[in-house]
Design a protein around this ligand. Structure first.
Ligand SMILES: Nc1ncnc2c1ncn2[C@@H]1O[C@H](COP(=O)(O)OP(=O)(O)OP(=O)(O)O)[C@@H](O)[C@H]1O
Ligand SMILES: [Mg+2]
Length: 410
């Protein structure tokens, strides 16, 4: 028995030694083994949570507070210290280049990358049939690639304790209103899709603008200490509207805007491509929020014919799967807005002009959290939780102003 143990130990030392040499040969740095208190990965060259792994130290330029900026009439959000622990690296962000260690050739890795797969996990998560359609990748090559990726990424069963540990990596991003945050159990969550629907001028875009700023706050202030991507389908994103919101939080507006990337989508195919592009950005930079405002507008116009409904729903489903994978893989919050349409059959004698969100069951199933917005008195709005994995259905009132979403004065 003793002898066997010694041999095992020697063999293990040999394996470790070979791995070390291999790592050095590939120039792989042994960073990213730990997470910081704020949940971000990698080292801390300049300040708390500046990710070192795959990212230059300047990738996220935190919009530090500036006391000399305009004083805000709004009280700062209540500080919620989250119990974020140092979590062992889950090997989820192994870049696709790592597959070279398992004999996948550089040309094939490049082809997969060009098709939008940047990490080993993205290879494991996507159905094989999607990889078969990547130009230049034969079925045999795909099979080999998936097999290699599965060795790098833990994708089988995990214990409840490990699942809880993973949940602790989730950030809750403040909406700007304490009443709304309370409805949401703290704010909108990373690793999930929050859908917000409501009629015109109900505040969807202004809530998006607010989140684009609060995501950049430190975790202790209800932020995610990260960057924001905005896919804008209606030309509604207004950088000038972001400035007073940044000032409300005492942040440098210029830096806040530098940490937001935005692109206008022109059709549903383009919208899909832009989501892939965000995936590529998330693989290399600390993004914490993706906003799609509006998620459904282009689907409505691209597939307006009666006979096109099934095709539209299929495409919408693909879009939702894509953003769900992105949210999960990169610990990103996805906030999507949606319009409503008249629902002649949905009313009752009490509700005269019933409205329902676009997208039907596909959207209802894909979104973890569904919120409805409607107008109240003046600039006040009523938000209702329609669906939430761990919060009850309830509503709250908030105000809209040029400084974003805030608690109602009434
Ligand atoms: N910078 C601002 N200052 C004050 N009020 C604003 C500002 N921006 C928007 N609002 C108000 O917020 C309300 C909601 O606007 P918002 O654009 O968020 O609605 P929406 O739900 O996105 O509407 P739509 O469906 O038309 O896109 C409007 O009544 C508008 O007057
Ligand atoms: Mg809008």
């Amino acid at each position: 028995m003793v002898e066997v143990a010694v041999v095992d130990a020697q063999e293990r030392r040999g394996v470790l030694e070979r791995r070390r040499t291999e790592r050095e040969r590939l120039g792989r740095r042994s960073v990213g083994r730990e997470r910081y208190e704020d949940g971000s990965r990698g080292g801390d060259d300049e300040g708390k949570g500046v990710p070192r792994r795959h990212v230059s130290a300047r990738a996220f330029d935190p919009p530090r507070s500036k006391a000399d900026l305009d004083p805000s009439p709004f009280p700062a959000p209540a500080i919620r210290r989250r119990d974020v622990e140092v979590v062992k690296e889950p090997d989820e962000l192994e870049m696709i280049e790592e597959l070279a260690r398992f004999g996948i050739n550089a040309g094939d890795i490049k082809k997969a990358k060009e098709a939008g797969y940047h990490t080993a996990k993205s290879i494991v998560m996507i159905p094989k049939k999607a990889l078969y359609s990547v130009r230049g990748l034969s079925e045999a090559k795909v099979d080999k690639m998936v097999e290699a990726a599965s060795k790098l990424v833990k994708c089988g069963f995990i214990t409840g304790t490990e699942a809880l540990q993973k949940r602790k990596q989730i950030f809750k991003i403040t909406s700007g209103s304490k009443a709304v945050d309370d409805l949401l159990g703290g704010g909108i969550e990373t690793q999930s899709i929050t859908e917000c629907f409501g009629e015109y001028r109900s505040g969807k875009t202004q809530l998006s603008h607010t989140l684009a700023v609060t995501t950049q706050l430190e975790v202790s202030q209800g932020g995610g200490f990260g960057k924001v991507a905005v896919i804008d389908t209606e030309g509604a994103f207004r950088p000038e509207n972001v400035i007073p919101i940044a000032q409300r939080y005492g942040l440098d507006p210029e830096r806040v805007l530098d940490n937001i990337v935005t692109a206008k989508a022109y059709n549903t195919d383009h919208q899909m491509e832009l989501v892939d592009h965000v995936g590529a950005l998330c693989a290399t930079q600390p993004f914490r929020l993706l906003i799609i405002d509006s998620l459904t507008a282009l689907f409505r116009s691209d597939y307006s014919g009666r006979g096109e409904l099934a095709e539209r729903q299929q495409k919408l489903n693909q879009m939702m799967s894509k953003i769900k994978r992105l949210a999960d893989q990169y610990n990103v919050a996805v906030f999507v807005t949606n319009q409503v349409m008249a629902d002649p059959g949905g009313g009752s004698v009490f509700v005269q002009d019933a409205k329902k969100p676009i997208g039907g069951h596909i959207l209802a199933h894909a979104s973890s959290v569904r919120l409805s917005l409607r107008k109240g008195k003046g600039e006040s709005r009523i938000i209702k939780v329609i669906q939430h994995p761990n919060m009850p259905e309830a509503d709250a009132t908030f105000d809209i102003s040029n400084q974003g979403i805030a608690d109602s004065n009434d």
